[in-house]
Every structure is written in C-alpha cells, then in structure tokens.
Design a protein around this ligand. Structure first.
Ligand code: SF4
Length: 214
C-alpha cells in the first residue's frame, strides 16, 4: 500500500465500518471518514495521519533545526543570485518549469511545501503556514488547543505554535512579527526561488544605477 493512500489509511484508522444504525463518531483525523460523515469540516491532507508520517517527522525536524536551515538558505539564495546571468541567458520564463520541479521536490520533503509561490519560511520559523488547515499567514487563529494542537486537526500541533518555536532559534526570527500579505493565488505552483532571485537582482541593479548617477 502506498504511504499516501488516504482512503485505505482512513479505512484502517476507522476500523470496521459501522452498521446502518451506528452513529458516526468524530475523533479527529484518526477517523477521518467518520468525521466526514458527521458533516464536520475535513480539510484534505494536512494532518500527520493523512500525510505520510515520515514527511511529518521531517517537517518537525526542519522547525527544530531552523537556525541551520536559515544559514543554509542564505548561502543558497546568494548562490542563486550569482547565477542571475545564467537565468537571464536562459530566460527566467524558460527556467521556471525545471526550477519549480526541483523546488517542489526539495521543499516538499523538507517542509511539506504546498507551492504557494510566495515563500515566507524565513519569517515563520521554517514551519510552512500553508499546512495550517485555514492557511493563515499571520499567526494562529483563536482555536489553538491547550496542548498547542490545532482545533481543526486535533492530532496535529498548530503550525503557528511550531513557527514561533522555530523563529526563536533563528537569527532573523523577529521577522515573524511582520504582517504578511494575503496569498496571491495566481502565483501558486510557481518558483519562489526564481522570483526572489529576480527581485534581488533588480534591486541590486537599481542600487548600482543609483550609485552611478550620484
Ligand atoms: S510558504 Fe509557500 S513556498 Fe514556502 S514552503 Fe510553504 S507553501 Fe511552500
């Protein structure tokens, strides 16, 4: 069985199917099928039960090692910026598909990335906010449980609780206090890496031009 086969895992988690007279029980995502039968909101693929457990474990690892990943990211972004002439020669539009494929794979493994195309991991303690069932980008909702878990996914620690923990270890961790713009849906499935690089290259060129005209 595939690790990410949700229907079979849900069935296994729910146990034998109840008879017609049995009342479905809502017990978080441990019994997602029964929960859905109650009419409760059941967001797809966010909980540790529905996502591969291994992926979820790596996601928590990334938060615990946010300082290291912040350091790695800064070096990586610098290297990507050095490659700006190459991206320009290829054409940013043409480089989009292959770079997006690599970004999806790498960040998918490390952060359970949902390819929103406007990455804010550096501001969220390396905890991807798109894993919040409500996809909140500016902190948790009012429903965080006393144990720090999500109100929608009771088995899952709130991604914003994790974001705060991760941010406290980072050199630039106070970036978590910055207000984020709403998600621009038109940027979904595009490369944040290329977008950030193009913006940084443009800012650098503007700075050079401004210096030359002084
Ligand atoms: S913030 Fe967006 S790009 Fe960054 S890891 Fe999350 S879904 Fe992916």
């Amino acid at each position: 069985m595939s690790e990410t086969d949700p229907s079979r895992r849900d069935a296994a988690a729910s146990g034998p199917s109840p008879g017609p007279s049995a009342k479905p029980r809502a017990t978080g995502n441990a019994a997602a099928g029964a929960k859905a039968a109650t009419g409760a909101y059941t967001p797809a693929a966010v909980s540790p039960n529905r996502r591969g457990q291994r992926r979820y474990t790596i996601r928590l690892w990334a938060v615990r090692h946010s300082r290291l990943l912040e350091w790695v990211y800064h070096r990586f972004a610098h290297a990507f910026l050095l490659l700006h002439p190459l991206w320009k020669a290829i054409g940013y539009a043409r480089a989009e598909a292959p770079v997006t494929a690599v970004e999806r794979r790498v960040k998918g493994v490390l952060f359970d990335c949902r390819m929103c195309g406007q990455c804010i991991l550096s501001s969220t303690g390396m905890s991807c906010p798109m894993n919040c069932p409500k996809q909140l980008r500016n902190g948790p909702c009012g429903g965080v449980r006393a144990n720090g878990n999500c109100e929608v996914e009771p088995d899952m620690p709130c991604v914003w609780v994790k974001a705060w923990e991760g941010s406290r270890q980072m050199a630039g961790g106070d970036a978590i206090l910055a207000v984020q713009k709403p998600v621009n849906q038109s940027l979904r499935e595009t490369s944040s890496w290329l977008r950030v690089t193009a913006a940084a290259a443009m800012a650098r060129d503007d700075e050079k031009d401004a210096g030359g005209t002084r």
